[in-house]
Design a protein around this ligand. Structure first.
Ligand code: NAD
Length: 475
């Protein structure tokens, strides 16, 4: 138990730390007692997690609607099925993932066998954000459990309905000695970070990531940081403009732009810029109708704090006009799809990740300008390039760096289980999804086995000149 010197018995801080320490100890001893050591036990937990998702889908849908105004189909597509698919993929491959991997030995190491044996790390702390509050909490649990670890999950206080649902119901499905849920905010997260963990998996913003990493350093705990950034969408003059606009609009306004891999802004070739903005307007109309506020498919901003942050970004100016917009409603946390044109690189909307439904459109004279613009900023979580000319897309792949690149679409790489998901540079470190997640939460332990015969004297001192000559020949 870790009770810090700042807390004294009887204080709320002390009581909280004692309570959380007990929860951490429960899963730590669960790990020591091997609750998910056998592969069969891991499979059973993953199947239970799937049962939770199936049996509680109506409650999940209601919670996501309460937190983010998500439509039922969006909740299903972006939260439920993305998680059940991750579970299905893990169940289909867990036998091969957990099997020792054979390594061939160099001649001078024979006879013998080499194996890489995956072993679990121990107990993992998961800290998650509010924007996909179900998926981002449960998807990391899949490889954590598949790899034989136990976990403490701290979902986001900013999506309270989903967090409360997880805290209230997950324990009915998962072994409490394998997974504990801790609700709460910064205080609880801080208290948890004082505890020793074997890995910390944090999803959220870069500022808090530094707090997490500093706390992890105290215990030399490895971290995975799934962060965000300004993911650009580059539209070249060769692009199919109608399709590009529709796909960017879909990626932007899904979850009202509150998506880590949403296209943050557009760099469009000036020759097709007007056509592009008009096509985005047509897509918005097609998706949500003339009265977007009345559309059941358009969600809400998670909190008034975030609503005010978006308003401030707009008020910050640095653009010529609002090409597409509407009237925001603070009480309803309704923020309309908003497209800005004539945007200056120094505009407020270009100073931080927007994480909302504002789409700045910047024009470029040629592809070189777009590449230079992207390379002049922090490495984003995703880069989208729309081009019919494959050579243009190849240039973006080769000449920029980001967590992922998608050509002629947005977001879809997220759902490919064979892809690692994660950032690079400021957009994060480490990766998960599919086997990449399993490897993140495993230690690949090399195991070399040698027999005792033969045991030639060649390798042992005294290193006579004869032995030295022979060794130099052999090795
Ligand atoms: P958030 O405010 O919900 O914070 C995330 C978590 O950090 C919460 O559980 C919160 O309680 C905890 N936290 C907050 N302050 C803390 C502190 N001082 N110490 C310890 N823990 C603390 O969410 P957010 O950070 O606003 O999330 C949005 C960001 O997350 C965006 O930048 C987005 O791009 C990024 N994101 C990344 C991914 C990804 O997979 N890469 C996914 C979703 C969101």
């Amino acid at each position: 138990m870790t009770v810090t010197s700042e807390t004294h018995p009887g204080s709320p801080e002390h009581d909280r730390q004692v309570r959380l320490s007990a929860q951490v100890e429960l899963v730590r001893s669960g790990f020591r007692n091997g609750v998910v050591a056998p592969v069969e036990a891991r499979i059973a937990q993953l199947e239970q997690l799937r049962r939770f998702l199936v049996e509680h889908e109506p409650a999940i849908t209601a919670a996501l609607h309460s937190d983010l105004g998500k439509s039922a189909i969006e909740a299903y597509l972006t939260e439920v099925v993305t998680t059940t698919n991750e579970i299905g993929h893990a169940l289909a491959h867990i036998r091969s993932w957990t099997a020792p991997r054979k390594v061939s030995l160099p001649m001078h190491q024979r006879p013998g066998t080499g194996r890489i044996v995956p072993e679990p790390l121990g107990t993992v702390l998961i800290i998650t954000p509010w924007n996909y509050p179900l998926h981002l909490a449960l998807a990391p649990l899949v490889p954590i459990l598949a790899a034989g670890n136990t976990a403490v999950l701290k979902p986001s206080e900013i999506a309270p309905a989903t967090s409360e649902l997880l805290a209230a119901r997950l324990g009915e499905y998962l072994d409490p000695a394998a997974v504990q849920v801790v609700t709460g905010g910064v205080d609880e997260a801080t208290a948890l970070l004082a505890e020793p963990f074997d890995h910390i998996f944090y999803t959220g913003n870069g500022t808090t990531a530094k707090v997490v990493m500093r706390a992890a350093a105290e215990h030399l705990t490895p971290v995975t940081l799934e962060l965000g950034g300004k993911s650009p969408a580059i539209v070249t003059a060769s692009a199919d403009i109608a399709v590009s606009a529709r796909r960017i609009a879909w990626g932007k306004w899904l979850n009202v732009g509150q998506t880590c891999i949403a296209p943050d802004y557009v760099l469009v070739d000036e020759r097709v810029a007007d056509e592009f903005v008009a096509a985005v307007g047509a897509a918005v109309n097609e998706f949500y109708g003339a009265d977007v506020a009345a559309s059941p498919d358009y969600g809400r901003i998670v909190s008034t704090r975030h609503f005010d942050r978006l308003t401030a970004l707009l008020d910050g100016g640095g653009y010529d006009s609002v090409a597409i917009g509407g009237t925001p409603d603070r009480d309803a946390r309704y923020f309309p799809p908003t497209v800005l044109t004539g945007v200056d690189a120094a505009a407020a909307v270009m100073s931080e990740e927007i994480f909302g439904p504002i789409l700045p459109v910047l024009t470029t004279r040629q592809l070189d300008d777009a590449i230079e613009f992207v390379n002049g900023r922090a490495k984003p979580l995703a880069t989208y390039v729309f081009a019919a000319d494959a050579a243009e897309a190849d240039r973006v792949v080769a000449e920029t760096s980001s967590g992922a690149v998608v050509v002629n679409h947005t977001l879809l790489h997220f759902g490919v289980p064979g892809f690692p998901f994660g950032g690079v540079g400021a957009s994060g470190m480490g990766r998960y999804h599919g086997q990449f997640g399993f490897d993140t939460f495993s230690h690949g332990k090399p195991v070399l086995r040698r027999g005792t015969k033969p045991d030639p004297k060649l390798g042992y001192p005294p290193y006579t000149s004869f032995k030295q000559k022979l060794l130099r020949k052999l090795l």
